[in-house]
Design a protein around this ligand. Structure first.
Ligand code: 1CP
Length: 354
């Protein structure tokens, strides 16, 4: 198959993997499982290869990205790899003065708050992120039939870091801009939608076989505000990558009241956190979409029996669904015992075997 037609059908070497079949709501031999933030600080082999390399720099070294992305696949036997990068990488690539500070997260030196600031968000092209293309190519060659998930931050969550200047609990500057100058806000989100869509396209064209849009902090909004101030930009991102035929996953934290709208924005798979059981989440999302989730990541600190009891409850809530991808309800916590994750993968595979 030519590279072009492969992009149009999403038919990578991983096409028939349980993960991609579940995304398409096709029958699977077992429920596929992967973990958000499966690469990273919970793994000693990650801490070793990252020693002395700042976070953003590590995202720009294709061999290192490849090694880190493969580590959890080797160790845990998960059904998908997620590209090692960060949601702020495309912002850095267009020239925003930001850094990822250890123990803090992304910090933006000069926050974006005025119309004049918008000019700093120029469009992204593949030439801005050659290291992403190279790393995805290396990875898909290594991974074979194991799918690689590409990802990006959604416009709202990216805007939150840009407007606040760093991680925020209440998103007060972000909301002040959204409510105080809705036109400037819409223009900001529209520019971010273009950058995000371009960043996802780079990953898909280099070989990623699914993409996840992380709108981690959008649960801070009420449905009416989501619909008016966020959904148009997120929908623009999903539209822009619809033609590739790769599954599009949409995830946020604390989004119980937004699940229907997040599906409507254009996702094929909707991720839910642990606050809403998956059968109820599926009812809110409506027919025609797969669900991903949703074990509380803190459960992994409990004894094995308790973890298995909670994981079994996730599987039984999902038993009537057409497509289910097992995951945590948010990222792996940094102090999680790696063996607990490996055991969880085995448990989900065995318990769900058909
Ligand atoms: O030095 C380090 O190890 C820093 C920790 C770290 C890591 C490992 C950061 C800083 N980013 C990452 C990698 C990363 N970020 C991945 C790849 C790992 C994997 O999934 O296997 C992914 C998918 C992300 C995405 C990301 N970054 C999100 C969305 C996912 C989520 O957890 O909600 C968000 C919100 C970020 C911002 C960010 N980057 C880093 C931190 C500590 C944070 C969160 C800061 C905050 O609380 O706001």
């Amino acid at each position: 198959m030519s590279e072009r037609s492969q992009h149009q059908t999403g038919r990578t070497a991983a096409y028939d993997s349980p993960f991609l079949r579940a995304c398409r709501r096709e029958p699977v031999p077992h429920t596929p499982v992967w973990f958000m933030r499966q690469a990273g600080r919970s793994l000693p082999e990650y801490r070793k290869v990252r020693e002395g390399v700042p976070m953003l720099e590590s995202c720009m070294r294709p061999e290192l990205v490849t090694e880190i992305t493969l580590q959890p696949v080797r160790r845990h036997g998960v059904d998908a790899a997620i590209f090692f990068s960060d949601i702020v990488v495309p912002l850095k690539a267009v020239g925003i003065d930001l850094d990822i500070k250890p123990g803090v997260g992304p910090v933006v030196e000069n926050p974006v708050r005025s119309r004049a600031d918008l000019a700093r968000l120029r469009p992204l092209s593949g030439d801005d992120v050659p290291y992403v293309t190279e790393a995805v190519r290396l990875l898909t060659a290594e991974l074979g039939t194991t799918p690689l998930i590409g990802f990006a931050g959604a416009p709202f969550t990216l805007a939150s870091y840009l407007v606040e200047g760093g991680p925020s609990r209440n998103h007060e500057h972000t909301k002040a801009l959204m409510y105080g100058d809705p036109e400037l806000w819409a223009d900001l989100l529209d520019r971010l939608a273009d950058i995000t869509a371009a960043f996802l396209k780079v990953q898909i064209e280099a070989g990623a076989s699914a993409v996840q849009l992380f709108d981690s902090w959008v649960g801070a909004l009420a449905p009416a505000d989501y619909r008016r101030h966020v959904m148009p930009a997120s929908a623009k991102v999903f539209d822009a990558v619809a033609g590739y035929g790769v599954p599009r996953i949409h995830f946020g934290v604390g989004t119980g009241e937004l699940l229907g709208l997040m599906g409507e924005a254009g996702a094929d798979v909707v991720g839910a956190d642990w606050r809403v059981p998956l059968d109820e989440a599926a009812r809110r999302v409506g027919p025609g979409k797969a669900l991903q989730g949703n074990l509380d990541p803190a459960v992994l600190f409990a004894p094995r029996e308790a973890v298995e009891e909670k994981a079994a409850a996730v599987l039984s809530a999902a038993a009537g669904l057409e497509g289910h991808i097992f995951n945590l309800g948010h990222g792996v916590l940094p102090t999680t015992e790696p063996d607990a994750l490996t055991r969880l993968v085995e448990f989900v595979h065995e318990r769900s075997a058909r």
